[in-house]
Design a protein around this ligand. Sequence first.
Ligand SMILES: [Zn+2]
Length: 97
Amino acid sequence: MKRDDINKRRVQLTEQLAELDDTDALFAAHPEYRVAELIHDATCHANHSDDCFWLYESWSKIGSTRNAYLLRAQKLIDAVGETGHSLSAVFAVLEAL
Ligand SMILES: [Zn+2]
């Protein structure tokens, strides 16, 4: 691999790391976003660009698709909370799907 290629790859990895740090901070502040993403990932079998539009939206630009999953996420969080379980139980179940 040439030095230029290595430097390009380093820049890409640095940018990806910054995005992951941003995502971690976002999910720490808004765990319901992560719950919504897990529900979407487990239940949506459509093309995420042209059919469900998930990829056309973002957490800084929430549209009707992400809003619908946020509503589902909040219902799930509330329902699990009513059983006396914590948010970690929600994540444990969704991440097992
Ligand atoms: Zn989708």
